[in-house]
Write a new protein. Structure first.
Length: 131
């Protein structure tokens, strides 16, 4: 079982995330590369919220390929190109994480490999070792 750690002795998180997640011995890790908001046919929505939805959907597919699920996510790292897009990203993120609170980092960056991309999301997941 993944154990969140958010000590009351430090400032509470700014959003729905834990300051730390403990992964017990015997779990395996899956590191997901940063996902961009492009569909399989290379369509890129104009708004950050729709791009973030694609990123999270891609992450779910990667997790499935390793017999894991979104509940196994330990950490999310997100990179957004404009502070004005934070609200749209956070709406998509909040829908994705639900009641879970993975460790999380959000950074404002100057851009990505193509100018139409507004968000990139990485994930780290931990699941029980396979028998």
């Amino acid at each position: 079982m993944l154990t969140p750690h958010t000590p009351e002795t430090i400032r509470a998180p700014f959003a729905n995330y834990a300051h730390g997640i403990e992964v017990p011995a015997g779990y395996r890790l899956l590191v997901c590369s940063g996902q961009l908001g492009a569909t399989p046919d290379d369509q890129v929505p104009a708004d950050v919220e729709a791009q973030a939805e694609i990123c999270f959907s891609n992450i779910v597919e990667i997790l499935k390929s390793a017999a894991l699920c979104a509940d196994d996510i330990v950490r999310l790292n997100a990179f957004v190109t404009d502070r004005a897009d934070l609200a749209g990203y956070m709406r998509a993120r909040d829908r994705f994480v639900g009641a879970r609170a993975p460790a999380s980092t959000l950074m404002i960056v100057s851009g990505f490999s193509r100018p139409e991309f507004k968000v990139e999301i990485e994930a780290l997941a931990a699941g029980k070792a396979r028998s």
